[in-house]
Design a protein around this ligand. Structure first.
Ligand SMILES: Nc1ncnc2c1ncn2[C@@H]1O[C@H](COP(=O)(O)OP(=O)(O)OP(=O)(O)O)[C@@H](O)[C@H]1O
Ligand SMILES: [Mg+2]
Length: 286
């Protein structure tokens, strides 16, 4: 599974390792969280079942028969406590449930069972900043800023800084449809971090940035962490997770299989992925 393996990052481009600091009070508590997706109209695989409950019949009323429902258990019984001042890497192979977990903690997906408590509204990078391709960068910064709760005045004050951070230049006044994917993700990052959120979640958002932007965004993340925020960072790059995080969670098939010091968990995950990929690929992890 080569998509699980990052071999592009030059070790010299990596930031210095984040500094460990004493932990603050809890910011996120996840208690026996289960998230199960229900996919309608699937014909095979998974735990497919016919619509039999009253609820299933009620929600299918008036709709054409789309066939049976498949349940996909994406997160299964995950529990952990995160603290202020921690940056936590989330590791796991494709489809293991990392994005689902982040979306649930961010409040974008209701738990099927279990509970999530947060000390503030988490900000999931790249989702809260849903950018509109037909509008200019400037308009998108305005809308994004207002969506984050900034006043008109604050938004106007922030436009030059965001544009500079995202290195837009004159593209600030062009529709985002003319941006490269790297530029768009830089802008998304810059908008999402206009405010220093208490809980920041990043789902591979830095993957499209070039090395110099990666350095800059890492510095910004460190700034947020230094202000006692909590950062969650999902990445397939073990080297970035080691550099940017102090702790890591490893999720496999929706189950939390390891939670602890970033190096210990990253070593165990590395060994697991290497073992899996030996047969199919010779690529190496960073
Ligand atoms: N909207 C959805 N509807 C149904 N199933 C979904 C949905 N989104 C994700 N899944 C399934 O849930 C499981 C977990 O997916 P998720 O996207 O959370 O994994 P991931 O660890 O983020 O993977 P990747 O590394 O590829 O980003 C997978 O089996 C996936 O197929
Ligand atoms: Mg994902």
């Amino acid at each position: 599974m080569t998509e699980d393996i990052d071999y592009e990052i030059d070790p010299e481009d990596l930031p210095d390792r984040v500094e460990r600091k004493p932990l603050g009070p809890p910011s996120v508590v996840v208690d026996d969280l289960h998230i199960t997706y229900r996919v309608f109209g699937a014909r095979r695989g998974g735990t497919t079942k016919e619509r039999s409950s009253l609820w299933d019949k009620a929600i299918s009323l008036g709709r054409p028969d789309t066939g049976p429902i498949t349940e996909v258990p994406a997160v299964r019984g995950v529990s952990f406590v995160a603290h202020h001042g921690e940056s936590i890497g989330i590791l796991g192979t494709n489809g293991s449930g990392k994005s689902t977990l982040l979306r649930a903690v961010a409040g974008l997906l209701p738990p099927t069972s279990g509970r999530v408590f947060t000390s503030a509204e988490p900000e999931l990078l790249g989702v809260n900043a849903a950018l509109l391709p037909r509008l200019t960068g400037e308009r998108n910064i305005t809308i994004g800023g207002l969506a984050l709760g900034l006043s008109n005045k604050e938004v106007r004050r922030n436009i030059p800084g965001v544009s500079e951070f995202a290195e837009l230049g004159d593209f600030l006044y062009l529709p985002m449809s003319s941006y490269s994917s790297g530029m768009a993700s830089r802008l998304r990052f810059a908008i999402s971090t206009i405010r220093t959120p208490e809980i920041l979640m990043i789902d591979e958002a830095l993957a499209t940035g070039d090395a110099s932007f990666r350095k800059k965004s890492t510095a910004r993340i460190e700034e947020i962490r230094a202000q006692a925020g909590t950062v969650f960072f999902v990445s397939h790059s073990l080297a970035s997770v080691r550099a940017m995080c102090t702790r890591a969670l490893w999720i496999d098939k929706g189950v939390l299989v390891a939670d602890g010091d970033v190096d210990v968990v990253a070593d165990a995950y590395h060994e697991y992925v290497e073992g899996r990929s030996d047969a199919s690929s010779g690529a190496k992890l960073n």
